[in-house]
Design a protein around this ligand. Sequence first.
Ligand SMILES: Cc1cc2nc3c(=O)[nH]c(=O)nc-3n(C[C@H](O)[C@H](O)[C@H](O)COP(=O)(O)OP(=O)(O)OC[C@H]3O[C@@H](n4cnc5c(N)ncnc54)[C@H](O)[C@@H]3O)c2cc1C
Length: 344
Amino acid sequence: MHDVIIIGGGPAGLFSAFYSGLRKMKTKIIESHPFLGGKVHVYPEKMVWDVGGVPPLSGQQLIDQLIEQGMTFEPDLALGEKVNSIEKEDGVFKVCTDSNQEHYSKTVIVAVGGGIIEPKKLQIHGAEKFEVSNLHYTVPSFQRFVGKRVLISGGSHSAIDWANELAPLAERVELVYRKEELKGHEASIELLIEQGVHLHEQSSIQALTAAPSGDRIEQVVLEHPYDGIKQVKVDEVIISHGFNRDASLLNESPIDLDRVDDFFIKGTPLSASSVPGLYAAGDILHHEGKLHLIAGAFQDAANAVNLAKQFIDPDANARAMVSSHNERLDDHNKRLKKQRIANL
Ligand SMILES: Cc1cc2nc3c(=O)[nH]c(=O)nc-3n(C[C@H](O)[C@H](O)[C@H](O)COP(=O)(O)OP(=O)(O)OC[C@H]3O[C@@H](n4cnc5c(N)ncnc54)[C@H](O)[C@@H]3O)c2cc1C
């Protein structure tokens, strides 16, 4: 029996695990992938600038730091287990996974982001055969794009970010999007223009032309409603059309959760859900002031843990003390101090 089971090992789940350790709670993380880090694995080389107090760092560095912090109090881990349902019986939560495991806990924090995500594929017959060569749905490494002609399809934040990251490295970057406007921060859109990214508004990919060898895309055929068809020569193609989400956990669980659309848990700014003892943190949480960013996930996590702690022990403080006053961190503090002295 755990004090808290955290479902999801992304930024919200990992920070929840750190914080529940601070509050001396027996904690388990259950994550469907065999690894921790959540959605940040989609952008391991992208620079992340907007996490407070952290200088710009790559997605992969952020994952490493989140995991290091999340493991401080050595929570139990169940990796590679997809949670299928959450039930509440006699005041105890039963969390069942696809490997027929049952996990029991006094409280639950749901930190599943948008569910288990898969990139939306390009709906063009035969496109999948290029996935082993030059058709990409994520950008695991910038190296392969250096000096190349890169075409990115998509009009939202991720597509814009990738175009901006690759523009200084690639020979040429083309950004293709269906709408008249891009959906991104003003500064990022200005940067696209400053960096000479070629914009194809109101356009979409109609066909991929293979090289004579048949194993690579050589040209992309674009269609514009007024200008008609255009052929663009490419070395690499990146598709950023969003994600399909598996939200079966929320749809199939017998507990009666208030929801928004199919994908969000309707909660309070303190991360409470409509089910006592069950909390939501990170992208899954929905309320008027919710910030769907990593910075927002951290606040949700601390709020969720504080409520979970009080749910188990109503006499517990509503808030944890600041971390430097926490006796459980004493050993870590001593070790870090020794390291600092050794490095002088
Ligand atoms: C391309 C891109 C770039 C971004 N750039 C930034 C940025 O620069 N700055 C920023 O602040 N934010 C950025 N974001 C958003 C940020 O990644 C998310 O806000 C953040 O990851 C949310 O964390 P989370 O823990 O709530 O969810 P996630 O990171 O989605 O983690 C949820 C975890 O739950 C697991 N899970 C889901 N369902 C189950 C289940 N049934 N059973 C077990 N495990 C399950 C998933 O496998 C996943 O590991 C970006 C997002 C994308 C897609």
